[in-house]
Design a protein around this ligand. Structure first.
Ligand code: MTE
Ligand code: MO
Length: 302
């Protein structure tokens, strides 16, 4: 699609911080016709050297229970999902509720690359070079009303296309939620691509939430509905097991899952050389997001 562009920033150039801080400059430069190679050559603060996982790793080791609970089930079965046409219902406390077509959304959004850490609650992790847009831009397009305090999200429910929904492992459709300030945070994106290609179905085509400082299950796939509300919305894993999965689900190495440690994580990929690394507070995004939780006890409000 012509409106998608891939920047040539290396992982060293796009630290999570620099990526969102430089967004407007990057887009301004691109629109003004400044070569992207020039942008890649700019200096950026505090390079972290995040090493993205391979496309193969990211698209073959998945959680998408609508297609089965095995890690390879989504890659095997998600091709059954029809993604054209696709509409996202945006409703609740917004000025312009309605059914927004995916292509219309894409034409209005600024697509950029974000290289983010991704940490599943099961204690494995990857680094993913997403393409996508800020959720805040989409919510602002719909016009968030002053009474809105939370955002709820819903995945498509297609029994004919999703073999996994025949099993009651979760209460379908998959639903998730964020507090409005979390949803509006510049690190929160709707991902529409990986490595510059349209996001594969097993990863949540055609658009899925990515909240990099929270456990992976918050990053709901194949979103068909976004509702602005004044009450905290139900979330699938919390409904399934409230003792193990809270609403916030912020990555916190100091708070263990009742059944395993969260202090470290297994890095996917590398075969025999796969390693365990320490898990970082807020998955490494503490400087950007800790303020959102000022006054909360993050060891209790899990
Ligand atoms: N609709 C839906 N969204 C989902 C899931 C799911 O089963 N269904 N799994 C979640 C979990 S547990 C994780 S770790 C991530 C996995 O994303 P990935 O397969 O792109 O790595 O998707 C999340 N989003
Ligand atoms: Mo997960």
């Amino acid at each position: 699609m012509a409106y998608r562009w891939i920047n040539t920033l290396t992982d060293k150039d796009v630290t999570p911080h620099a990526a969102f801080m430089n967004r407007r400059q990057i887009m301004g430069g691109a629109l003004a016709g400044i070569g992207l190679a020039g942008i890649a050559g700019r200096t950026s603060a505090a390079p972290e050297g995040l090493e993205p996982n391979s496309y193969e790793d990211i698209t073959s080791y998945n959680n998408y229970y609508e297609f089965g609970t095995g890690k390879d089930d989504p890659a095997r079965y998600a091709d059954r999902l029809t993604i054209e046409p696709w509409t996202v219902q945006i409703d609740g406390l917004v000025d312009k509720p309605g059914a927004y077509g995916f292509d219309d959304i894409m034409q209005q959004m600024t697509i950029e690359e974000r290289i983010y850490r991704f940490r599943c609650v099961e204690a494995w992790s990857m680094v993913v070079p997403w393409n996508g847009f800020e959720l805040a831009d989409l919510l602002n397009m719909a016009g968030v009303q002053s009474g809105a305090k939370y955002v709820s999200f819903e995945t498509a429910l297609r029994p004919d296309e999703m073999p996994g929904v025949a099993y009651n492992v979760l209460d379908w459709p998959y639903v998730e939620g964020l507090r409005l300030d979390e949803a509006m945070h510049p690190l929160t994106i709707m991902a529409t691509g990986i490595y510059g290609k349209d996001i594969p179905k097993q990863n949540g085509a055609p658009l899925r939430l990515v909240v990099p400082w929270k456990y992976g299950y918050k990053s709901i796939k194949s979103v068909v509905r976004i509702t602005l509300t004044d009450t905290q919305p139900p979330t699938s894993w919390n409904k399934a097991n409230a003792g193990e999965y809270g609403f916030y689900s912020n990555v916190n190495p100091e708070v263990d899952h009742p059944r395993w440690s969260q202090a470290s994580e297994r890095v996917i990929g590398g075969g025999l050389f796969s390693k365990r690394i320490p898990t970082l507070m807020f998955n490494g995004y503490e400087a950007e997001v800790a303020d959102l939780y000022a006054g909360m006890d993050v060891s209790k409000d899990i």
